[in-house]
Design a protein. Structure first.
Length: 90
């Protein structure tokens, strides 16, 4: 777990740096937005995998600091996208 925490801290530093760069250069805003979109997609895939692995919506929500309903909506939206497009949105 320490390695995961260190890696996450590194990723947060990179995100802050990107934000600083974008704050002075509007041309960088799309790059920051793309990273944010990728981060959200990665979180969704991880939440779905945890749920598929047997964790309840309540357990996942407790770790994310959100409601069970928010987790359920994220999982449902992902599954709906898979059904609509016939494949994962990796």
């Amino acid at each position: 777990m320490v390695e995961d925490a260190e890696y996450a801290a590194f990723a947060r530093r990179v995100m802050r740096s990107l934000g600083k760069r974008a704050s002075g250069d509007p041309e960088s805003l799309p790059l920051l937005a793309a990273v944010a979109t990728d981060a959200d997609a990665a979180l969704t895939r991880a939440v779905v995998a945890c749920h598929d692995g047997g964790y309840s919506y309540a357990e996942i929500a407790a770790r994310l600091g959100c409601s069970r309903q928010a987790v359920f909506q994220r999982v449902s939206r992902y599954r709906g996208e898979q059904t609509d497009h016939g494949s994962s949105t990796a």
